[in-house]
Structures are given as C-alpha cells and as structure tokens.
Design a protein around this ligand. Structure first.
Ligand code: ZN
Length: 353
C-alpha cells in the first residue's frame, strides 16, 4: 500500500477551538500525523512519499468538488484576516457570526466585504481555527488524496492519503469540523474522472461525513455510506440521520447508519457488514474510506468503545469488498494511540487483500 503524506500539514496548527462554549486547546494537532508516520516506519506497508503533482492538475481536481467562490475565500483568508487588524497575525481566525439556514432569514448570495462575515458565510462551527498555514496544508492534503486516487486508478490495490487537516466535514462551499477541503470527495471524484463509472464512499469516522454526503447527495454515480454516532446527540448534529437517502437522481444513493453513544465493537461490526453489503449492491468498482480512528474507546471527544485490537479485523472486513481502495486520514484524537490504531486497520486490510 502506497502512502502519500502531506509535508505541509504542520503549517496548520491551531491554538484553541471553541468547544461547548469554552476555549480549549485544539484536539486536531500536528502530532497526530507524526504518530501515524512513526508507526508506518515500525510496520511498513509500502512506500511513503510526498505527492508530486502539477499545480494545474491539483487545482482542477479541487474545483471538481468545491465552489470557486469558497476556494477564492480560502486562498486569501489568512491575508484578509491580518488585513482586518495587524494584531490578528498572532491569533487564529475563528468565526463568530453565521447566516443560519432558515429560508428568507439571511442572504448567502451576496459576498460580504467584511472578512468576519465571510468567515461565517463559509463555515458552520467555531471549532476549526484557520491559521497562516491552513490553505497550504489543505491543498497539500488534496494533493495526497488525488495522488492516492491516481495510484489506485492506475492499478494499485490500495493507497493511503495521510494528511491533516481532515476533510470529511467540509462541503462544496463550507469548512467546519476541523476540515477545509474534502479529501475523500476529491479522491472519489478523481476515481470517477479516471473511468470508474460507479464509486462508493464508506466513512468509518465516529462523526457523520456530512460534507461528503452533501457533495454527492443528488448524484447516482457516487454511493455514500457513513457509520457514526447518532446526530441527535453527536457532532455534527444537523445531518446524518437514517432517513437521509439521497435526493433527485441520487435518491437511494446515500446510507446513514447512526449508532448510539456507547456502542461497542459487535454492534459497530454489524453496521459495517450492512454498509459493505450496500457497497457491493451499489455496483461500485472503487472504494474510498474516510478513515477516522475516533471510534476508539480512549477518544476524548467521541463515544464508541472500539479497542486497538479490533481494528485489524475491521481492515480485513473492508478488504472483503474486493475493491481498489483509497483511504483518507480523518479523525482520531487519542493522539498517542492514533498511529497504532490506523496501522492496525491498514495492515489488516493489506493482509486480507
Ligand atoms: Zn471524527
């Protein structure tokens, strides 16, 4: 399994996030990726390399998934933040005002001149600090996802996009949940563009993959599945219910498998089996797995009880789908366990593939 890692990830290092009304140190920290790299050195699965892609090809792949207005905002966001107040150079940008989604309540078609307003327009929470290095890190992550998809499209059985910030909460035109560009969606779209007629996304992060669902919700060519904490109590709260099945041409092409907080491995594995059967039934010829390890019992912001020893069998189950597979690194905030858990799963996949 080839791993593409993002050398620019460490430039995205938020100081604090708003968590349940308090400012707390960021959960999504550069050390997470370092622990995975360390574990891959101890238990190699294949080559580990940086993604080397032409800028124009990368830009095109990002634009296939994200809106131009949002990408232009991200590209200049840090400079605009500092231009508001030179003292901002010392603090992360966090939104503080949002146009809520009620019809006729607020306009979202007019781009505000005020940067704080634009930051609110393109975000859905105050837990995702934007820093001086965020745009470069997010672009580097998109490059990993694209390189992994290209490797798989060229015949590799699997590839791993090892990057941060994560991606699966980012929609076509919004950031949130520590995510800015949706790596999994970029990989899925790249696989479609490389000739796979039908692609599936099976999201195993603790949190619902709301961004990925939203991006493909009205499409029949990308089947999205997510196994996650019940949004009635768990982040991202406003999407991820079982009755969301897709819309328009995408009707029947989204499957949500929400599970209650406290769910253990047996019930989680039953949901995985259901998700894998749905992937087989979808006719997909390639698979993208947004790989979150925050299902782990020690995760500080999540509520399932999977153990480190459970992940190898989960990897083997994912391999049983028999599909060329791209993994994108997502959540997992028990930082000193995230490397072992990620490599346990990937090694389990590779042994069974
Ligand atoms: Zn998560």
């Amino acid at each position: 399994m080839k791993t593409f890692h993002n050398p620019q990830h460490a430039g995205h290092a938020g100081q604090q996030e708003m968590f349940r009304g308090r400012m707390v140190p960021c959960h999504e920290v550069p050390a997470r990726l370092g622990f995975v790299l360390d574990e891959l050195r101890r238990r190699p699965l294949g080559t580990v390399e940086a993604a080397a892609l032409p800028e124009a090809a990368l830009d095109a792949a990002i634009h296939r998934v994200h809106d131009a207005r949002y990408l232009a905002f991200l590209a200049s966001a840090w400079d605009d933040w500092v231009a508001m107040d030179p003292a901002n150079a010392q603090r992360d940008a966090l939104p503080s005002v949002w146009p809520i989604g009620n019809r006729h309540a607020f306009r979202t078609d007019v781009l505000p001149a005020n940067f704080a307003a634009r930051l609110g327009l393109f975000s859905f929470d105050s837990g995702s600090p934007l820093t001086a290095g965020t745009w470069a890190a997010a672009r580097g992550g998109a490059a990993c996802a694209l390189a992994a998809a290209q490797a798989v499209a060229a015949g590799e059985r699997s590839a791993f996009a090892l990057t941060r910030p994560p991606g699966h909460h980012a929609g076509a035109d919004f950031l949130g949940g520590y995510c800015f560009l949706n790596s999994a969606a970029i990989a899925a779209q790249a696989l479609r563009d490389a000739g796979h007629g039908q692609v599936a996304v099976l999201d195993v992060d603790y949190h619902h993959g709301n961004g990925t669902q939203a991006i493909f919700y009205e499409r029949a060519d990308v089947f999205t599945v997510s196994i996650h904490g019940d949004p009635s109590t768990e982040y991202p709260f406003f999407l991820g219910h079982a009755d969301e099945r897709g819309a328009g041409a995408g009707e029947g092409h989204n499957l949500n498998l929400p599970l209650p907080r406290g769910t253990g491995v047996l019930a989680w594995r039953a949901a995985l089996d259901q998700g894998l059967q749905a992937v087989r039934d979808s006719g997909a010829t390639a698979l993208v797995v947004p790989l979150g390890l925050d299902t782990f019992e020690g995760d500080p912001i999540s509520g399932f009880t999977l153990k480190s020893g459970d992940y190898a069998a989960i990897g083997a189950a994912l391999a049983s789908a028999g599909l060329p597979t791209v993994f994108t690194f997502e959540g997992g905030y028990a930082v000193d366990a995230v490397g072992v858990n990620a490599v346990n799963l990937l090694e389990g996949f590779q042994r069974a593939a």
